[in-house]
Design a protein around this ligand. Structure first.
Ligand SMILES: [Zn+2]
Length: 95
């Protein structure tokens, strides 16, 4: 918890793990509004909205929204230019 209004991006680990096999809090993203690049873990996440709303720690624009319904998950990344996910080095086939 960073302050009384939002939590840091680390709280996205559980909800995002359900949707993706990798831990996206170790990923890096770029804000489409101000261009700042940083770890997803540093986003400001608001829970008192329809779903989870992650805002840029620099300009406070919405970068990501995640809504879970009983039958699906909705991920809106329109506030991000990209999300870069660290991956283990590729191993050539047959090794
Ligand atoms: Zn920004």
């Amino acid at each position: 918890m960073v302050d009384g209004h939002y939590m840091d991006g680390n709280m996205l680990a559980g909800p995002m793990r359900e949707l993706f096999a990798v831990d996206l809090t170790s990923a890096t993203g770029r804000c489409a509004n101000c261009g700042v690049t940083g770890p997803i873990a540093e986003m400001h996440v608001y829970q008192h909205a329809p779903g989870l709303v992650a805002r840029c720690p620099s300009c406070e624009e919405v970068i990501m929204r995640l809504v879970r319904t009983p039958t699906s998950a909705w991920l809106d990344l329109r506030g991000a230019v990209f999300v870069q996910v660290p991956m283990p080095p590729e191993t050539p086939a047959g090794w």
